[in-house]
Design a protein around this ligand. Structure first.
Ligand SMILES: C[S@@+](CC[C@H](N)C(=O)[O-])C[C@H]1O[C@@H](n2cnc3c(N)ncnc32)[C@H](O)[C@@H]1O
Length: 425
């Protein structure tokens, strides 16, 4: 971060407006916004919400900061959704207690047979078990309360048992239902706190949303080493976590510059920019599509009933294990046949603005087993040189990316995990 900020300060000592074109979590935008106005842009809505809460924080009206959580706490015991999911919530609590006592089997079954959406797509006539009775009863209650296929129960039906405990999923639904009643733009700060809480309590290895936890190995044996994390994550109080995050967002120092957060494709954003002094770009650099890591956050932001991607098993379409949204954004930076064109458009777009570009890129790590990058640094630099007078490579020193805890995917420790390419018009 210091290397990015000081490079930008050197290239634009006048502290003009910077566009962070692939803003993601908003951490770079936030650091830059301390000294200059920032336009934070990204294709994902969750990023716009986070950046809006960080860069353009509203004044929360008195009483409202704790009002939303207090209301949801009240509703947690009485709401029809809580009542409908009660059979699954109680059964899961029993499973967690039994797992704590060393009996993991029922909990493994609950995780593998969830979510409710998967149960609904299965053929009838399976051997009845305590778990299936709980599913059956919860679905019947949802149906009686007209809560199937409505956004108010999206988390309970799609993510309960998979990414969150059933109780957490219901609380997230109730929280999101209340937050989505708050008018824009005030809503963003509440939603940002919910996004952060969801990311903190999610029960996956590595705290991402790309792959649900797998409690058993391929040979069927249970992964006992995961039990502590499963118990800890699934017993986290969702509302306490949310309130702590809202407090953090509400107490962030207020930016002294007029910044903005927008959602959009980088090509459209580049065309719409006015009065920027510099563009900072941190595009994706591997084949892994970012949107798979953020689908749950997008569903939190859009509050609809998303179409879920499916797989065919025994001639039946069932929800994919990760319960991903359909129609997720596939970035051209992650597609071999499109990546050259994507960089071309980035360079051309910034060239047309006539301002410097600072590009972050993670070069191919020279470590066996690391994820291949789509382009090499010489390839990127020579493309940039066709659009800019002066192209330089800066190496801010040894760094290591967050490994997403997936040893097989990102083996070893890559030094020089990130370089900066400065391009002057
Ligand atoms: C390497 S990450 C950026 C991380 C960011 N610098 C941070 O501090 O969190 C790349 C980002 O590019 C975004 N992205 C991918 N394709 C895009 C496109 N076509 N237009 C705009 N943003 C895009 C992704 O959503 C992702 O957030």
């Amino acid at each position: 971060m210091p290397a990015i900020v000081s490079t930008i300060d050197q290239l634009d000592p006048g502290r003009g407006r910077v566009c962070d074109l692939f803003a993601g979590s908003g951490t770079v935008s936030l650091a830059l916004s301390k000294a200059r106005p920032v336009v934070a842009a990204d294709i994902q809505e969750y990023s716009r919400v986070l950046c809006s809460a960080l860069l353009v924080p509203p004044q929360i009206p008195p009483g409202m900061q704790h009002g939303v959580a207090a209301r949801v706490r009240e509703l947690t015991s009485s709401h029809d959704l809580r009542q409908a999911l009660d059979p699954l919530i109680s059964y899961e609590m029993e499973c967690l207690d039994r797992a704590e006592g060393g009996q993991m089997e029922p909990l493994c079954e609950l995780i593998e047979e969830s979510p409710v959406l998967l149960f609904q797509s299965r053929a009838a006539g399976r051997a009845p078990s305590a778990l299936h009775r709980a599913f059956h009863e919860s679905v019947a209650r949802l149906d009686r309360g007209c809560m199937l296929d409505t956004p108010i129960s999206t988390f309970a039906r799609q993510f309960g048992g998979v990414y969150f405990s059933y109780l957490q999923a219901v609380q997230l639904d109730l929280l999101l239902n209340s937050i989505h009643e708050v008018p824009e733009p005030l809503r963003d700060i509440f939603l940002a706190a919910a996004l952060s809480a969801g990311s903190e309590i999610v029960n996956t290895v590595g705290k991402q949303f790309a792959q649900p936890i797998r409690p058993r190995r391929k040979d069927g044996s249970t992964k006992h080493h995961l039990i502590e994390q499963i118990l800890r994550d699934r017993r986290r109080d969702c509302l306490d976590t949310y309130e702590a995050w809202l407090d953090r967002f509400a107490h962030h120092p207020r930016p002294s510059h007029a910044s903005a957060a927008v959602r959009g494709d980088y090509r459209t954003v580049l065309k719409s920019l006015r009065d920027v002094a510099l563009v900072y770009a941190d595009p994706p650099y591997t084949r892994d599509h970012y949107s798979r890591y953020y689908h749950v956050l997008e569903t939190m932001c859009f509050r609809e009933v998303p179409e879920v991607s499916t797989v065919r098993v025994a001639n039946r379409l069932i929800p994919s294990r990760g319960v991903y949204r359909q129609g997720r954004h596939q970035s051209p930076f992650c597609i071999k046949s499109q990546v050259n064109g994507a960089f071309e458009e980035l360079f051309r777009g910034v060239q047309e603005l006539g301002v410097p570009l600072v590009l972050s890129y993670s070069p191919q790590a020279k470590v066996e087993g690391s994820r291949p990058r789509l382009l090499t640094l010489p390839e990127i630099c020579s493309m940039a040189a066709a659009h800019f007078r002066d192209v330089r490579l800066l190496s801010p020193g040894p760094m290591a990316h967050n490994k997403l805890n997936h040893a097989a995917m990102n083996a070893g420790l890559a030094h020089e995990a990130e370089v900066l390419i400065t391009c002057l018009p």
